[in-house]
Write a protein that binds this ligand. Sequence first.
Ligand code: UT7
Length: 325
Amino acid sequence: MTIRRSIVAGTGAYLPEKIVTNADLARIVDTSDEWIVERTGISERRMAADGETTSDLAVKASEAALAAAGIAASEIDLIVMATTTPDDTFPAAATHVQRRLGMTRGAAFDVQAVCSGFIYALNIADNFIKVGQAETVLVVGAETMSRLLDWTDRTTCVLFGDGAGALVLRAGQGQGTAQDRGVLSSHLYSDGRLRNLLYVDGGPSTTQTTGHLRMEGREVFKHAVTNISGAIMAALEANHLTAADIDWFVPHQANKRILDATARKIGLAPEKVVMTVARHGNTSAASIPLALHEAVADGRVKQNDLVLLEAMGGGFTWGSSLIRW
Ligand code: UT7
């Protein structure tokens, strides 16, 4: 039996130039490099320049992904862009990217699942390809989280950063087994009851302002390892695989302690975890494609490797995806 599979044809990433260190933050809030490193693993993060928007970052990451895939913008059927920080309330940031890439056909839209956005976007893109509605899809995760932060709140402003990552999926054929190249499965979850643990206190229909990110960090942490591990086990079971089969674990980069605990819980060797949180902080929907691109560019992720992705974020939303590279 042959089935359609969504195969990764190329990846790209872009980080704004400005680096903000923990020492820089210690000058504006009551914090220290020692506290931030010990509790989160973060040493520095990037910040978009004044006037530099989410779609500016997304376009650069997308151009890099298209170049890596050897694909022209005119060949893309669909752009699915995960972001919580669109340039404007509407239109979708994806349509800015579409225009600026010079893509004049197909469709482009945003997906809002906060830090899990890239897993959601990838799942949507994969389904478009599987049912034959698209052949080539650009999947983007891009954020300017710095614009949502309360810079007087030390419990949140030290955690996040700006950036963008993208990948190109192309339709291919597989046998319907875990040996196929491409996206093997995705598992998505949400639980709206947990909204108050991680949210933004504003929006067009409530305050008519953008608002600021608010988080009960300790409570989010408690749910994170359990939810993430559950999504990972669902991915492995669906494909009749075990943790020993995973070549690379590329998680959403929220906190090094969460990633270490998750790797321990599922029995994954630390050297298989792709970790960028120290240099990027939490870039929400951009963190997975940023980390993926880094591991592809430096030669860690190679063709036929089994790559496990997972994320959890506001909503709550969470999920996992398995890709045979
Ligand atoms: O990507 C979306 C999903 N988000 C996450 O996964 C985030 C999950 N949560 C976390 O990563 C952690 O809970 C944090 C990194 C946010 C916080 O770490 P924690 O070990 O849970 O610390 P805590 O919130 O329990 O705070 C411990 C202490 C508190 O002081 P008291 O009450 O013990 O006196 C805080 O006020 O640390 C204090 N604190 C700080 N101190 C210095 C909180 N933020 C800071 C800070 N610098 N930036």
